[in-house]
Design a protein around this ligand. Structure first.
Ligand code: NAP
Length: 476
């Protein structure tokens, strides 16, 4: 791979505090060394974003839209290469990486269209000698902090609306997966996004975050990652009252009713749970199956899970790649051990596979007969383990599904319309997939409630996050 540099003020920065080594999580192979930013460089990137803001925010929406469309087009032209980089640093199967790159382009295209529709309002005054206007203006410099599980699309779904709104951005990607971010920076540079409008700094999270939090020129932080870090950011951002969007952890329930199409529900569980080796914030974590179909559903699910092929994501036949690192694998193992110690039955999987690869692989696993206070019932797993429980009534399953501090995504499989309606209304989640395991699209609001955070990404709601209302009252 080509040598990488950071991107600040339209300049490629090679000077570094220390080099960050990037490894292929499937093979353990060293794939790149990336410079890391000092606090001074993070400061400079905020300064340059601040200086670029007036010009960018005044650039006509049609021109901003044109540049965003050019980004989308370049991403599509380079999709295979970008997906290869993504799989090599993150591990997910190439076909999934290709999908992530495709939706990344879509975020830019969709927001390019939406940039032209940031309408204000005229408001009828109560007196004849006043005119009232409400305008929408960009919030200013935005800091985007992103996780490793979607190294490209998490950036796209923050940066595209921020640029559409007229904001300038400093991106801090996850240290495990900085390459996709720097590849995107190359594209931003090539299409001619003006210098300073987008900056990418890789580096020690505490150092970067400290500068972001303490610099009053940053007016908004858009964060995707763990609930714990999100809580810290919220506490610390309070001093300067920065705006925040927090896309945090999840613990999704997946409910299968006795009238569900069982094969559809099985493939839904597979799609929701084992995509990205279980490392998505909206992955099913707890499977609730109505008792009338429990045994039959369990048999069909175990068979389908057993058929999944684990290995290097660059091999076309592989369905499930490695976990990001040993720590992630240890968490899955701890949850499986805990479930088994409490009487759980491993229906399928339950161990590391035998592979000639050094990565952190774990077999897709389903465990049932687990008490409701087991770790897998309470903690986000972020790996290919699914806990399964039976239930009798709708009220019972709603109460089990909502019994968590998280509230990102929930899934429900069934056919009865009235029941479906009652169920999606009762689930305390930001997203509900009804007979749909992949409810992520560019045009709809994605985000959670409770400990899964607040704010939305995608849809016009995602754009609203980067805009303030300004009320203008004109006396005549
Ligand atoms: P993480 O540890 O919170 O890291 C996320 C980002 O925050 C990384 O860039 C990380 O940098 C940075 N970071 C770490 N410590 C920080 C600090 N003290 N202050 C500021 N930034 C800090 O989360 P992760 O393990 O990468 O990602 C997995 C989590 O993200 C899961 O909980 C998942 O559910 C959640 N997630 C949520 C969504 C959503 O839309 N709701 C989407 C995807 C993932 P370093 O990499 O340098 O440590």
């Amino acid at each position: 791979m080509e040598p990488y540099s950071l991107y600040v003020g339209g300049r490629w920065v090679k000077e570094s505090e220390a080099l960050l080594n990037v490894y292929n999580p499937a093979s353990g192979e060293h794939i790149a060394a990336v410079p890391t930013a000092s606090r001074e460089l993070v400061h400079e990137s905020i300064e340059t974003a601040y200086n670029a803001f007036p010009l960018w925010s005044r650039t006509p929406a049609a021109k901003r839209a044109q540049l965003l469309r050019a980004v989308a087009q370049k991403i599509r032209e380079n999709a295979d290469y970008l997906a290869q980089v993504l799989t090599s640093e993150q591990g997910k199967p190439f076909s999934e990486a290709r999908g992530e790159i495709a939706i990344s382009a879509d975020y830019f295209e969709w927001n390019a269209e939406e940039a032209k529709r940031i309408y204000g309002e005229t408001i009828p005054a109560s007196v004849s000698n006043k005119r009232l206007l409400a305008l929408r203006q960009p919030v200013g410099v935005v800091a985007s902090i992103t996780p490793w599980n979607f190294p490209a699309s998490m950036i796209a779904r923050k940066v595209a609306p921020a640029l559409a709104a007229g904001c300038s951005v400093v991106i801090k990607p996850a240290s495990a997966t900085p390459l996709s971010a720097l590849e995107l920076a190359r594209i931003f540079d090539e299409v001619g996004i003006p210098a300073g409008v987008i900056n990418v700094v890789v580096g020690n999270a505490a150092v970067v975050a400290s500068e972001i939090l303490n610099n009053p020129k940053v007016r908004k932080i858009s964060f995707t990652g763990s609930t714990e870090v999100g809580q810290n950011l919220m506490r610390e951002a309070a001093a300067d009252l920065k705006r925040l969007s927090l896309e945090l952890g999840g613990h999704a329930p997946f409910i299968v009713m006795d009238d569900a199409d069982l094969d559809l529900a099985v493939s839904g569980v597979i799609g929701s749970k084992y995509r990205n080796a279980g490392q998505t914030c909206i992955c099913a974590n707890r499977l609730y199956v109505q008792n009338g179909i429990y045994e039959e559903f369990g048999r069909r699910l175990a068979k389908a899970v057993e058929a999944l092929r684990v290995g290097n994501g660059m091999e076309a036949s592989v369905d499930v790649g490695p976990l990001i690192d040993e720590a992630a694998l240890n968490k899955v193992e701890r949850q499986v051990e805990d479930a088994v110690e409490r009487g759980g039955r491993v229906m399928v999987g339950g161990s590391r596979p035998n592979l000639p690869l050094s990565g952190a692989f774990y077999l897709p696993t389903v465990v049932d007969r687990i008490p409701h206070d087991a770790l897998v019932a309470r903690e986000e797993t972020f790996g290919p383990l699914l806990g399964m429980w039976g239930f009798d009534t709708d009220d019972e399953v709603v109460s089990m599904a909502n019994n968590t501090p998280y509230g990102l995504a929930a899934y429900f499989y069934g056919k009865d319309f009235a029941r479906v309606t009652r169920m999606y209304e009762a689930l305390e989640y930001g997203i509900v997939g009804v007979n749909d395991p992949v409810p992520t699209v560019v045009q709809a609001p994605f985000g959670g409630v409770k400990h899964s955070g607040h704010g939305r990404e995608g849809g016009h709601q995602g754009l609203d996050e980067y805009l303030d209302w300004k009320f203008v009252s004109i006396g005549l």
